[in-house]
Design a protein around this ligand. Structure first.
Ligand code: NCD
Ligand code: ZN
Length: 346
């Protein structure tokens, strides 16, 4: 029997569309399943000004097929030199919805990120005044901190002190991977929310490392122990208003993934919705899927809910989605959830 679920059109609150040839291929894929997305600014060079964001937004819009009205919600990449005035101008433009904080060295293209967090306080104060959210890559990058502890250490040593200094700042702790992160958000009041990725709801660190190394599951923050994954599933499927979807779909060509120093990032835009329906059904929480994908995010960002809807169906033998996609610069592997996908977008 076919099961059917109609929900408000989802939004993706953390997405990498890249640039150039890659952008042309992956943008229409996200536009098929999502009405809006928060677009990550970690290009080379990064998107640091309103002008950069406007130009990048035009390149994204140009990559869209004729009909879908997909709205890229732009972000600025915060550096130690970012001026409060630039952020205010970006906010007033209406096209830039958030600012992204990368601790320098924490992830792909984060070299221009922040080392001295005191330097960004004036910008954060302006953002608090404007009610403009700060999207945070929540990991320290110190070499002496174990990679599996970097999120918890960041929360304690960086995020909490910043939030004490600027209590009215709205913060999105992105791609939460630990029970510590979930607890911190739950205790954090109305000014903090967390995004959770599709892949962190499905894989733990064994998927990457046990029985052979699997570079396609390598991303940052790196997947943690099973008990953390279970905490993420519990939070995402609870419907609680402070948790919503940010896929962190981050395409890299296979040659860059399958290398002696492979890139971090998993491409999930293509099969995210089917994967999520599976996870929510397993948790007996399908009615909460819409809160996670379509309601909690816009409510936190003070944006209207989408009026369009999307239909998910479950069947025994759905048409299989491709395992890879071709781009002019090379092939990209689609996230393999490790289970048969019965849910699909109708
Ligand atoms: C992202 C990328 O490739 O840009 N990689 C990742 O593993 N998630 C950067 C990021 O969001 O950390
Ligand atoms: Zn990301």
């Amino acid at each position: 029997m076919t099961k059917r679920l109609e929900i408000l059109m989802p939004d993706d609150w953390h997405l990498h569309l890249r640039d150039g040839e890659m952008l042309k291929v992956v943008t229409p894929i996200s536009a098929r399943y999502f009405a809006r997305a928060i677009i990550m600014p970690n290009l080379v060079p990064p998107v640091t000004t309103l002008r950069d964001a406007e130009a990048y937004r035009q390149r994204i819009l140009a990559a869209l097929p004729a009909q879908p009205d997909f709205q890229p919600l732009m972000t600025l990449y915060l550096t130690e030199d970012t001026k409060a005035q630039e952020v205010e101008k970006a906010h007033l433009s209406g096209i830039v919805k958030a600012v992204k904080l990368y601790p320098a060295g924490a992830t792909t293209n984060s070299q221009s990120g922040v080392r001295d967090f005191d330097k960004i306080i004036p910008v954060l104060e302006k953002m608090a005044e404007l009610e403009m959210p700060l999207c945070v890559h929540g990991e320290v990058s110190d070499h002496d901190v174990d990679i599996f502890d970097r999120e918890a250490v960041f929360i304690e040593q960086v995020l909490e002190p910043l939030r004490v200094q600027v209590p009215m700042l709205k913060v999105v702790l992105e791609h939460v991977t630990t029970a510590d992160g979930i607890d911190y958000i739950r205790r954090g009041g109305d000014n903090i929310a967390g995004t959770i990725t599709t892949h962190h709801l499905i894989i733990n660190r064994n998927h990457i490392l046990a029985g052979g190394i699997r570079p396609h599951y390598y991303c940052l923050p790196v997947a943690k122990r099973e008990r953390h994954r279970l905490a993420l599933v519990q939070a995402a499927t609870s419907g609680e208003k402070q948790f919503f979807l940010g896929t962190d779909s981050a395409p890299h060509i296979d040659a860059a993934k399958l290398s002696p120093c492979g890139c971090a990032g998993i491409f999930t835009a293509l099969n995210t919705m089917g994967c999520l329906a599976h996870v929510f059904e397993e948790a007996d929480a399908l009615p909460n899927l819409e809160y996670f994908t379509s309601r909690n995010g816009p409510n936190f960002y003070n944006l209207p809910l989408n009026s369009r809807t999307i239909v998910l169906e479950k069947s025994e033998n759905p048409l299989a989605l491709p395992a890879t996609i071709k781009t002019p610069i090379g092939q990209v592997t689609v996230f393999d959830p490790g289970f048969n996908q019965h849910w699909y977008v109708a």
